[in-house]
Design a binder for this molecule. Structure first.
Ligand SMILES: Nc1nc(=O)c2c([nH]1)NC[C@@H]1CN(c3ccc(C(=O)N[C@@H](CCC(=O)O)C(=O)O)cc3)C=[N+]21
Length: 293
């Protein structure tokens, strides 16, 4: 491998150190930030992610508020939990772990989250704020990618960025974030239906792949020296018959790229660090509003 590492694990650890200090400052003002998680069912992958979020909270001093419902929970039961968290002043932000079981109405659930408590930044009101350039919680993965690039001195201003994938959680909001005046990148939002994908990726200074297609980005598609960010996370069965997660970037890309954010160890830890950041920011906003009053 010739590319240098965009090390999400180390960067997330540094961000957690910074958050620990902000949480201390909040505690001095009498507020402990609280993150809520809502998990429906017992998918082992979702359980592992939610456990990871609570471990992160403990490391930083954020209080964990855990709500778990059985796989056959009704829409009404789930909505009652959201109403409870919306009303709980100890909960500064929360997430509903996705995907939900198929019998539940995901769109309706996500729209019932109080936008001011939307730790994922994915509520339609907050995506609308992002479109309009208004302040609000930002989606964790796009924000984590921008933060990872910034902290590794990858210039965004004037850069050509190819984003592959236009999903609501990563690609589409990432395009909006990167084209804000404060970032000022030039973005081409590609997807698996783009006719000449490699023409776009080869023209880019930064290639960010969030398509969920293992091995989609190959070495011939990358301009030598470009920065590459792998957001893909797909469960595959390896040659040994065991399940594992794989990214969207072929390993050979590391011989061509100048910098690479790998999976694992890149965007995942940054996503988790941004979830914590969103909660601490919500708590800070509440303390500041109370002190102004
Ligand atoms: N409401 C909601 N919000 C989410 O943010 C959300 C969700 N639902 N559903 C599932 C996806 C997936 N996701 C990941 C976050 C971190 C890692 C992560 O930290 N990965 C490590 C590897 C962890 C391991 O190997 O166990 C890494 O990339 O290095 C992975 C996946 C958040 N999601």
């Amino acid at each position: 491998m010739t590319a240098t590492l965009l090390d999400g694990k180390a960067t997330a650890a540094q961000i957690k150190d910074e958050l620990r200090n902000r949480v201390k400052t909040l505690a001095d003002r009498g507020v402990v930030p609280g993150l809520g998680t809502v998990l429906v069912g017992n998918d082992p992958g979702s359980e592992a992610y939610v456990n990871g979020k609570h471990r992160d909270c403990a490391e930083v001093g954020i209080a964990s508020i855990r709500r778990e419902l059985p796989a056959d929970a009704s829409q009404e039961e789930l909505e009652a939990v959201l109403a409870e968290l919306n009303a709980d002043p100890a909960c500064h932000g929360y997430i509903v772990q996705l995907p939900l079981p198929a019998h539940l109405d995901t769109q309706r659930v996500l729209e019932l989250i109080d936008p001011e408590k939307d730790a994922d930044g994915l509520h339609p009101v907050n995506l609308g704020r992002l479109v309009l350039g208004y302040p609000g919680p930002l989606p964790c993965t796009p924000r984590g990618i921008v933060e990872l690039l910034r902290r590794h001195d990858v210039p965004l201003r004037g850069a050509e960025v190819a984003v592959v994938g236009r999903g609501n959680t990563v690609g589409r909001p990432l395009g909006l974030l990167l084209t804000r005046r404060s970032e000022n990148a030039t973005v081409t939002l590609c997807h698996t239906g783009t006719l000449d994908l490699s023409a776009h990726t080869r023209a880019a200074d930064i290639v960010i792949v969030a398509a969920g297609v293992p091995g989609l980005l190959t070495a011939d598609m990358v301009r030598p020296g470009a920065a590459v960010v792998d957001v893909g996370i797909t469960r595959v069965i390896g040659p040994d018959g065991k399940g594992r997660y794989t990214g969207d970037v072929d390993p050979e890309v590391a011989e061509v790229a100048g910098k690479i954010a790998p999976m694992p160890g890149g965007v995942g830890p940054m996503t988790r660090a941004m979830l914590l950041t969103n909660v601490v920011e919500r708590a800070e906003a509440i303390v500041e509003a109370a002190e102004r009053a």
